[in-house]
Design a protein around this ligand. Structure first.
Ligand code: NDP
Ligand SMILES: N[C@@H](CC=O)C(=O)O
Length: 427
């Protein structure tokens, strides 16, 4: 552990104006940071860090230094002004640097990142990540292990991009029982859906632009198939409900089957399609889902377009709170990462222990009114399902009464229909 670990005791008071001039150049006042990942988010973190370095040092009363940057491909051309000597692709070299006290991990995928988190633990280093795949897969384990060693494990950027929702949720659960979370949590799919709705741009063209702009995951099917939203609502509902909700508890439907025909048909009926993540607790039972959803203009989610995210949650004391902001992007995400860095150094974060609330998963009872398109001519659908026939011929499209999603899917399986799209209709 580097010698500056005393910063937590030394500067937790308001001394920064008095000792401002004292720390510069003193080795015991240097906090060394190791950055893992130097892509969209990593470069955003590095550039913002360099731009704000003087101010952050004054604020935090320590000299701050990004000492090493671990990447995958050391020879890659990078459009960023950086001392190339900071870069390494040698994991051992990176982790054996005992001067590094804080790791910022901004890589894709859970498996290597998990190894990095364990190595950080072994080396007594705090760990900040934007990697929702990691947080979602190992939330309980990593939170516990870091806490046991009195180290921070922070992940603000893993949910909602620029929106400071993790911090706010931790704040509100001190006084509230959270009963309901509803959100648009994926910038890429919202960008695609908005482009189709507003500009009639094709699904793949819009996805390509989202990739070029750095919004999409390395494997974009994580966005399209709803996995990214699933990970984020899994993290948020676990935090909010104070009980462990794991990936398998979530009903996940992405936008892969949503076509421009569906978006256009629903547009004519006054709806926009959004990929909505939702988590509800009622009478000791919870339902957590990700579902393409048709919403009308009275819904505050209606004007959340392009890469914007929104998160609304309800606490029994505070009522409903809503947060809107950019859900993806280089500097927006870097901002959340660096806000965690400030928290680590100023030693402000508190843990959010899970409670034994004894909640039960009731997702198999998930109900709704649905829009269903079947790429086929009219087929026999039980009368009790159908509320309204939208198109009789190829494609066959209808809306349903309130029914169980599970029963609808079972029926489509029974009549051997594999090619369909289902969109929930919110009233
Ligand atoms: N982009 C966004 O808007 C947001 C992204 N996130 C999350 O942040 C993380 C990073 O995203 P983003 O910056 O877009 O991803 P990029 O693909 O742009 O960059 C990934 C970086 O990680 C490096 N890397 C990949 N694998 C490894 C590995 N095994 N060991 C060390 N370095 C590795 C790559 O190295 P090299 O450069 O050598 O290829 C690259 O520098 C992801 O988990 C993502 O889900 C979260 C919120 C928003
Ligand atoms: N791929 C994600 C990036 C941010 O989390 C998204 O599109 O929201």
């Amino acid at each position: 552990m580097g010698s500056s670990r005393q910063y937590q005791e030394r500067c937790s008071n308001k001394c920064y104006t008095d000792c401002r001039s004292d720390f510069k150049g003193r080795s015991d006042f240097v906090i060394n940071i190791g950055l893992i990942g130097f892509g969209t988010v990593g470069v955003g973190v590095y550039n913002t860090f360099m731009e704000r370095k003087d101010y952050l040092e004054m604020l935090l009363q320590n000299e701050l230094n990004i000492k090493k940057i671990l990447v995958k491909n050391i020879d890659k051309e990078r459009n960023v002004k950086v001392n190339r000597e900071l870069l390494t692709s040698n994991e051992d070299d990176f982790f054996s640097d005992n001067d590094i006290e804080i790791i910022i991990e901004v890589t894709p995928g859970a498996s290597d990142a998990y190894r990095y988190a364990k190595k950080a633990l072994l080396g007594n280093k705090h760990f900040i990540t934007s990697n929702k795949a990691l947080v979602s897969a190992y939330y309980e384990e990593l939170s516990t292990l870091f806490e046991e060693k009195n180290l921070k494990f922070l992940y603000e950027a893993s949910v909602g991009g620029a929106i400071p929702i993790v911090r706010e949720m931790k704040e509100q659960i001190k006084l509230n029982e959270v009963t309901n979370i509803r959100a648009i949590l994926n910038g890429t799919t919202n960008f695609i859906l908005t482009n189709i709705y507003e500009k009639n741009i094709s699904f793949y063209e819009a996805l390509k632009t989202a990739q070029e702009l750095g919004y999409a995951e390395q494997n974009p099917s994580d966005d399209i198939d709803g996995l990214d939203s699933m990970r984020k609502i899994r993290i948020l509902s676990t935090l909010g409900f104070g009980t462990s909700i794991v990936e398998d508890d979530v009903l996940v439907n992405g936008i892969g089957n949503v076509s421009s025909y569906d978006i256009d048909t629903l547009k004519k009926r006054g709806f926009k399609v959004k990929l909505i993540a939702s988590a509800i607790v009622s009478n000791g039972r919870y339902q957590v889902s990700v579902f393409p959803t048709a919403i009308n203009s009275k819904d505050i989610f209606y004007n959340i377009d392009y890469r914007k995210n929104i998160i609304s949650f309800t606490g029994d004391k505070v009522g409903e709170l809503s947060f809107i902001g950019e859900g993806a992007g280089m500097y927006e995400t870097a901002n959340s990462v660096l806000s965690d860095l400030i928290e680590v150094i100023s030693n402000k974060d508190f843990t959010s222990p899970l409670r034994a609330r004894g909640l039960e998963n009731s997702i198999s009872n998930y109900k709704g009114n649905f829009y269903v398109r079947i790429s086929n001519e009219k087929i026999d659908i039980p009368k009790e399902f159908i509320r309204d026939i939208v198109s009789e011929d190829n494609p066959f499209v209808f809306t349903t009464h309130e029914i169980k999603n599970f029963e609808l899917i079972e029926y489509l399986k029974k009549i051997r229909q594999n090619d369909y799209s289902i969109i929930k209709i919110d009233k």
